[in-house]
Design a protein around this ligand. Structure first.
Ligand SMILES: *Cc1c(COP(=O)(O)O)cnc(C)c1O
Length: 377
C-alpha cells in the first residue's frame, strides 16, 4: 500500500530527545524550544516566533491577542480545516465565510470587502497548500477598515509571497508541526509575531497568564498571574524532534519539491487533454511542496478515481468538506454571498500521496495508475 502520508523522520530525532532527557529538561522552553524559535525567526524574518502545542493553539492565542469577544465577526474561507474557525468560535465569534478562488483554492480577496460590517474584527486567511493568498490586496483592505489579519499558515512554513515569509505578513501567523505537515514534532505549532507590540502579551498568554518569561530573564523578581492565558508551550521532547527536522528543513523541502515537479510533469498530458486540472501557483508565490492535488471533472468521477486507486493499493484522499455545510459551521457561521466555487471545487479535488521520502518508483506507479484510470474511460 502506498500511504497518503508518512510522518517525516530524518534520523537524528532520538539523539536530541535523549539529550533533552539527559539535560533534565523535558518541560517547555528549554534548549530545543529556544533553538527552534530562533531558527524560525531567522528563516522567516519574524520579530518573534513562539513554539506552541499546535497550530490550533497558535490560532487560539491569536484570538486572545486580538481580544475577540462574543458577537465579533471573523471573515474567512469555508474551505479550510475546522481549527481556522474553531479557535475564534471558542471566544464567541461569528464566522462569516466568503467564497474561494478556483485557481488557488484560497479566499477570494475581491469578495472580502462586501462582507465587512461594523462587527468585523479580523480577516483570517488560509494559505492552501502553502500557496499564498493575494496578501497585498488583503492587507490593504484590512488597513482601510482597521481590521487585524491572521494568517493560518499551517501548511505554509518556509513559503513566501513576493519574497516575504508566510506568517509574517499579517498581524499574527500560525504554523503547524503536526505529523501531516512538512516539518513535524508530532503535535505542535508556532505563533509568529510581526511586530514587537504583541510579544510580551503573547508570552504571558502562552505561560498560563503569568509573567514567568520575564522572571526567567531576570526582569522581575518573582512571577505572578497577570492576565488570562493557558498552557500553550510544548514539551522539550517534542521540540527536540522538531529541531532535528528543522536542521534538515532544506533537504525535506527539496525532496517534496522534486516529488511535486514529478507529479506535475507526469500529469501534464492529462491536463492538456483536459481530463484533469493541475494546481496553479501565482508567480509571486513560492510554495514548499506540501501538497499535490488534481481536480477531476466532478464528485462522481473523483469517487471512482479514489476507489480505483485504492483497489490498486494507493491511498489518495479528498480534502475539506466546506465548514459552512457542517453542523458546527451552520451553528457558528454563515456564508456571505454566493457559494460559486467553495463546494463545487472542493468536490473535485483529490490529493496524491505526498511525503518526505516518497520514492520515485512509488510515484511513477501512482502516475501510471491515474493514467490508466483516465485511459479506460
Ligand atoms: C493542519 C492544519 C491546521 C491544524 O494544525 P494543528 O497543528 O493540528 O492544530 C489548521 N489549519 C490548517 C489549514 C491546517 O492545514
Amino acid at each position: 500500500m502506498i500511504g497518503f502520508n508518512v510522518p517525516p523522520y530524518v534520523g537524528t530525532e532520538l539523539t536530541y530527545i535523549k539529550k533533552a532527557i539527559e539535560n533534565h529538561k523535558i518541560s517547555g522552553d528549554g534548549e530545543f524550544t529556544a533553538k527552534c524559535n530562533t531558527w524560525l525567526e531567522e528563516r522567516t524574518g519574524a520579530n518573534r516566533v513562539l513554539l506552541s502545542t499546535s497550530c490550533t493553539h497558535a490560532l487560539e492565542m491569536a484570538a486572545l491577542l486580538a481580544e475577540i469577544k462574543a458577537g465579533d465577526e471573523i471573515i474567512m474561507p469555508s474551505y479550510t480545516f475546522v481549527s481556522t474557525g474553531d479557535a475564534f468560535v471558542v471566544r464567541g465569534a461569528k464566522l462569516v465565510f466568503v467564497d474561494i478562488r478556483p485557481d488557488t483554492m484560497n479566499i477570494d480577496e475581491t469578495k472580502i470587502e462586501d462582507a465587512i460590517t461594523e462587527r468585523t474584527k479580523a480577516i483570517v486567511v488560509v494559505h492552501y497548500a502553502g500557496v499564498a493568498c493575494e496578501m497585498d490586496t488583503i492587507m490593504d483592505i484590512a488597513g482601510r477598515h482597521n481590521l487585524l489579519v491572521i494568517e493560518d499558515a499551517a501548511q505554509g512554513v518556509l513559503c513566501s509571497y513576493k519574497g516575504r515569509s508566510l506568517g509574517t505578513i499579517g498581524d499574527f501567523g500560525c504554523y503547524s508541526f503536526h505529523e501531516t505537515k512538512n516539518f513535524s514534532m508530532g503535535e505542535g505549532g508556532a505563533l509568529v509575531l510581526k511586530d514587537t507590540a504583541f510579544v510580551e502579551e503573547a508570552e504571558i498568554i502562552r505561560e498560563k497568564g503569568t509573567d514567568r518569561k520575564k522572571f526567567f530573564r531576570g526582569e522581575v523578581d518573582k512571577y505572578q498571574w497577570v492576565n488570562w492565558g493557558s498552557s500553550y508551550l510544548p514539551s522539550e521532547l517534542n521540540a527536540a524532534y522538531l529541531w532535528a527536522q528543522l536542521e534538515k528543513a532544506d533537504e525535506i523541502t527539496d525532496d517534496r519539491m522534486r516529488s511535486y515537479e514529478r507529479y506535475k510533469s507526469g500529469f501534464e498530458s492529462l491536463a492538456q487533454a483536459e481530463r484533469v486540472q493541475l494546481p496553479y501557483v501565482p508567480k509571486e508565490c513560492q510554495h514548499n511542496g506540501h501538497m499535490f492535488y488534481l481536480k477531476c471533472k466532478d464528485l462522481d468521477e473523483r469517487t471512482r478515481l479514489l476507489e480505483f486507486l485504492k483497489k490498486n493499493n494507493i491511498l489518495a484522499v479528498f480534502h475539506y468538506v466546506p465548514l459552512h455545510s457542517s453542523r458546527a459551521g451552520r451553528r457558528f457561521g454563515s456564508f456571505h454571498g454566493e457559494d460559486i466555487y467553495t463546494t463545487a471545487e472542493s468536490e473535485r479535488l483529490v490529493r496524491m500521496p505526498m511525503y518526505y521520502g516518497l520514492t520515485r518508483e512509488d510515484q511513477d506507479y501512482v502516475i501510471e495508475k491515474v493514467h490508466e484510470f483516465y485511459g479506460k474511460k
